[in-house]
Write a protein that binds this ligand. Structure first.
Ligand SMILES: *Cc1c(COP(=O)(O)O)cnc(C)c1O
Length: 473
């Protein structure tokens, strides 16, 4: 399998190369040069597989430059019982006759990002070791990504993680998950500033080509194809579990996906293109609804940072969906020129008008979309608790709220649970009041652990000095 750039000016490369490089050399995003097709018989054979075995089959279609025995070891370690609370890794639970929850947050940081990051945490050290290289991962986080990355890479030999977070602006659980790690290769850098300041510092370092090269700076953000392909696995898994019962095989199966950067649902789109019989992919946004707007109207209009709202589903607070380029490139098919022209226009004008393709977005590609508000989330959390005794987190509530509105959609809707409610306690308390369950002993213990950060000012100079010194050791 070779990977190419959405912008068409990168020499085709293998999985291991695109894994470490992240962005394509021409500034585009890497995409597989062809989509493997899974015939129905093969899909049926996969029904008997356990989660790590299914991951081996699916990731193996993309990571063809890693020998199968090695990849097997990697996925077994990534999805082992010590790392995921549920024995089946990803439990699928029916809420009622129409809606099921796909439990993607059984991993160490209680959010779906663990499923992709745990794979990177095994495969990246492997690829680096094979190439005799080391890597310094630099990132900025407002919560979920940073903790998932740190829990995936802690203690790994040829990798250091430098994670910038805004001082005092994350939830208590998110802070404890990150700052209590004491492995030497994990550097929690608390910046005196907000999340934008953190991101700007990362950009400043990456713009310094010489520093970037001499310090082998890399990233594990949501555009990394290694993350996308690990996410394809749970769409197949959830579909198989939803149709294990033979009486359910005739009814269509759709997915509802709480979305931000379009990484999660893009993996669902690839699963569908590989032949998984997905009826609809329902994209759910919060009030930051650039993607809902795009799928309803065909017009994509990224917003400025100032127009991005801070909501109660913070991991979906985006102004621009970094993975959308991959999907839009597909809409142009053979017409690479056309894509390049229109994508440049987006940069120039700040808007991409594909309203002529609006119908194809649903009919051909299966996308539906919707927006939920804070009020919808709080009500959904309360209603779901009262009807089914289940507590969902505010992001999952976005997905549920949009799914429940689609009363005409035939068959079953699998709502992806993207985080555990304990991570976002404030909103749960708002919804449930004194019916909110107490924190578990495990979480209380986590919150009590000593925390350690390196505090810096909002200064690229200070950050550079810190990384420099850490790399010397
Ligand atoms: C990252 C995240 C999302 C958004 O996922 P994308 O892949 O960016 O669309 C949704 N919910 C939670 C809890 C997240 O951490």
């Amino acid at each position: 399998m070779k990977f190419v750039s959405t912008r068409g000016r990168m020499t085709p490369a293998g999985f291991s190369d695109v894994l470490l490089d992240g962005l394509a050399s021409d500034g585009g995003l890497v995409v597989p040069s062809e989509i493997p097709a899974i015939p129905a018989e093969r899909l049926e054979e996969w029904r008997a597989l356990r989660y790590p075995e299914l991951a081996l089959e699916i990731i193996g279609l993309y990571a063809t430059d890693i020998p199968r025995e090695d990849l097997e070891r990697i996925v077994r370690a990534a999805y082992s019982a010590e790392r995921f609370a549920a024995p089946e890794t990803v439990p699928v639970t029916d809420l009622d006759e129409r809606i099921s929850l796909v439990g993607l947050s059984e991993g160490p940081t209680m959010a779906f990002k663990d499923l992709a990051m745990q794979f990177l945490g095994e495969v990246m050290p492997y690829v680096l070791q094979r190439a005799g290289r080391t890597l310094n991962i630099l990132g900025a986080t407002s919560g979920d990504t940073g903790s998932a990355a740190e829990h995936a890479f802690n203690g790994k030999e040829n990798i250091r993680v430098f994670m910038l977070s805004p001082q005092g602006r994350m939830s208590a659980v998110q802070r404890a998950q990150m700052y209590s790690l004491d492995d030497e290769n994990i550097h929690n850098i608390a910046v005196d500033g907000n999340f934008d300041d953190c991101q700007n510092l990362v950009k400043a370092i990456n713009a310094d080509a010489e520093f970037k090269a001499s310090h082998t700076i890399g990233a594990v953000n949501s555009i990394n194809f290694g993350r996308i392909c690990a996410q394809i696995v749970y769409y197949f898994w959830a579909w198989l579990r939803a149709t294990d019962d033979e009486s359910r095989r005739e009814a269509p199966v759709s997915f509802a996906v709480p979305s931000g950067n379009f990484g999660n649902i893009f993996a669902g789109h690839l699963a569908r293109r590989m032949g998984l019989p997905v009826h609809r992919l329902v994209l759910a946004t919060n009030e930051n609804n650039v993607l809902d707007e795009f799928f309803r109207t065909g017009v994509y209009r990224p917003r400025s940072r100032e127009l991005t709202l801070a909501t109660s589903s913070p991991s979906m607070d985006i102004s621009k969906a970094s993975n959308l380029e991959r999907f839009v490139r597909e809409l142009f098919g053979e017409d690479a020129e056309g894509f390049a022209e229109r994508w440049a226009e987006l940069d120039r004008e700040g808007v991409l008008d594909l309203s002529d393709q609006r119908e194809a977005l649903e009919r051909e590609h299966g996308f539906l979309s919707g927006t939920s508000t804070h009020w919808d989330r709080v009500n959904t959390i309360r209603a779901e608790f009262e009807a089914n005794g289940v507590i969902v987190d505010p992001h999952t509530a976005d997905g549920l709220a949009v799914a429940r509105r689609l009363t005409d959609l035939p068959g079953r809707i699998l709502v992806l649970e993207t985080a555990k409610p304990e991570k976002f306690r404030e909103t749960i308390e708002e919804a449930l009041g004194d019916r909110t369950p107490p924190l578990s002993a495990e979480l209380l213990e986590l919150l009590e652990r000593p925390q350690r950060t390196v505090d810096i000012e909002n200064s690229a100079e200070q950050l550079r000095d810190y990384i420099d010194a850490a790399c010397e050791q």
